[in-house]
Design a binder for this molecule. Structure first.
Ligand SMILES: Cc1cc2nc3c(=O)[nH]c(=O)nc-3n(C[C@H](O)[C@H](O)[C@H](O)COP(=O)(O)OP(=O)(O)OC[C@H]3O[C@@H](n4cnc5c(N)ncnc54)[C@H](O)[C@@H]3O)c2cc1C
Length: 466
């Protein structure tokens, strides 16, 4: 067990990808490093446990990536998906650094595997972790421990002593081996966003937040983020912006993970509790469209919606954890969903009448579209006419929030007075808002954590040893 009474060079708060990349990088730079993970060992690794892939720029195909994804293309994607709400200098720096991460992360024990198929369409841009996020984390923990990084679990930090932008110590919720105050020369905050803190979400979303489901760890309650912002660190990002997808309404409140998500939107229509459509279900291809549906459902009455489709498309998408709700007629389906049968029949009939002839291909923006209804379905529109009729109830599934601590290219936190902090660094979700003002591109959460984690660790070590 680590001697927690001694002063460490670098204290890392958090236990996910950003924290481990920072810890390894700081240790490799010669620093003594302590990682405080708030969760018990089995649940170590926050949202990183649920991940599958990472988006990195590369100039040529690799053993596992099917073709090049240049820095320019990555930047174009990010610019479009965020609507320009990104710090250009930091984002371009991250994209450039991501090229090297493809190899660096392998040097830390992580293994890649070729892209998964299905509706993902990520084979060229995203590298998948062999064994998924947990296996990736296990490799990072193993490497960190071999290098001599000290890791303590069940070690929730509840206060930070900061004076004039300088970190002095962290207070533990419960003393561990007699220590309750941890001292270090530099801090890396990698403790995630505040998505699991429903009360905090309610400050921006009102009572609607009670109907949100949290896809990842219940331990990301934003306590470190709040402490830092209260103690003079500059904030960045809109607190209502987050990554949110539509997930099955029957999913657990926390930690449902990847298997509760639905990828069937393009194969049918989506209606709200008034049985009315409210958005173009065929707007864009999967990696670029899936992260908008959480927010769209959040804006609907009672934060509930229903994906409606028919038996002809059941085998077109990934099998789901929760079975679809089925009925022989649209009216009976409405009854099971507690929707107005007449309203749902009208919505389906109007939709079917608007569908134009076309050649269906879900891998491209095809020519199957509607005409004369609002909202239009601009691609992949096919009639819903083969009984039995089926539905999935969906709710907003919050993945992670974007409000964060402002950082510079050293991953060093910026204080409200515009000066860089003397010894505080941040990486991962806790500073994602620097790059993601809004929107999302699949796999970028892990890029942010790996790139800025590596930089934060290196810079914190340098800072501590000077
Ligand atoms: C279901 C799901 C699937 C996802 N899939 C992908 C994917 O395939 N690719 C991708 O790029 N992104 C994905 N993401 C997003 C990705 O998980 C995050 O962007 C990334 O893991 C963030 O890493 P992090 O280290 O910043 O945070 P986390 O991995 O969440 O780690 C935060 C850590 O901080 C700890 N902590 C919190 N508060 C305290 C405290 N007070 N004291 C001590 N410790 C504390 C937590 O216990 C946790 O270990 C997914 C997210 C979810 C929920």
């Amino acid at each position: 067990m680590a001697d927690l009474t001694k002063k460490f060079d670098v204290l890392v708060i958090g236990g996910g990808n950003a924290a481990l990349c920072a810890a390894i990088s700081a240790r490799r730079a010669g620093a003594s490093v302590l990682v405080l993970e708030g969760a018990p060992k089995f649940y170590r690794g926050g949202n990183t446990r649920h991940t599958r892939n990472m988006r990195c720029a590369h100039d040529a195909a690799t053993e596992i990536l099917t073709g090049p994804y240049t820095e320019e293309e990555f930047w174009d994607d990010l610019l479009r998906l965020t609507g320009g709400q990104t710090d250009e200098e930091l984002a371009k720096f991250m994209i450039k650094e991501s090229k090297d991460i493809l190899n660096w992360i392998v040097e830390q024990g992580v293994r890649w595997q070729p892209s998964l198929g299905g509706t993902l369409s990520l084979g060229r841009t995203n590298s998948f972790f062999l064994g998924g996020g947990r296996a990736m984390l296990n490799a990072l923990y193993l490497t960190a421990e071999k290098l001599g990084v000290e890791v303590v679990y069940d070690a929730e930090v509840t206060d930070l002593q900061i004076e004039d932008g300088m970190f002095l110590s962290a207070k533990l919720k419960q003393p561990i081996d007699g220590a309750s105050e941890i001292r270090a020369s530099a801090l890396v905050a990698a403790a995630g966003g505040f998505e699991a803190n429903i009360e905090w979400l309610k400050e921006y979303w009102g009572e609607a937040a009670d109907n949100f489901l949290i896809r990842g760890t219940p331990y990301n309650r934003g306590s470190i983020l709040k402490l830092l912002l209260d103690k003079g660190v500059q904030d960045i990002g809109d607190p209502t912006q987050c990554h949110a997808v539509a997930i099955d309404a029957r999913a657990p409140k926390f930690d449902g993970g990847i298997i509760t998500r639905h990828d069937s939107v393009v194969f049918g229509i989506v209606v709200n509790k008034h049985a009315e459509r409210f958005y173009d279900e065929g707007e864009d291809i999967w990696p670029k469209r899936y992260a908008i549906w959480g927010r769209l459902v959040a804006a609907q009455p009672d934060q509930i919606a229903y994906i409606i489709f028919d038996s002809s498309v059941v085998t077109s998408f990934m099998p789901t954890l929760f079975p679809p709700i089925g009925a022989p007629t649209i009216a009976e389906l409405a009854g099971k969903l507690e929707l107005d049968p007449i309203a749902l029949e009208k919505t389906v009939t109007d939709f079917n009448a608007a569908v134009q002839p076309g050649t269906f291909d879900h891998t491209i923006l095809d020519d199957c579209r509607t005409e004369g209804i609002t909202p239009a379905k601009t691609h992949w529109a096919r009639k819903i006419e083969h009984a039995p009729y089926l539905a999935y109830p969906v709710r907003p599934g919050i993945t992670f929030t974007y409000l964060g601590t402002r950082v510079n290219k050293q991953s060093r936190m910026m204080m409200k007075d515009g000066k860089p902090s003397a010894n505080m660094f941040a990486a991962g979700e806790i500073m994602a808002g620097n790059v993601l003002g809004k929107g999302y591109a699949a796999g970028i959460g892990m890029t942010i954590g790996s790139v800025f984690g590596r930089v934060a660790g290196r810079e914190a070590a340098k800072n501590a040893r000077n």
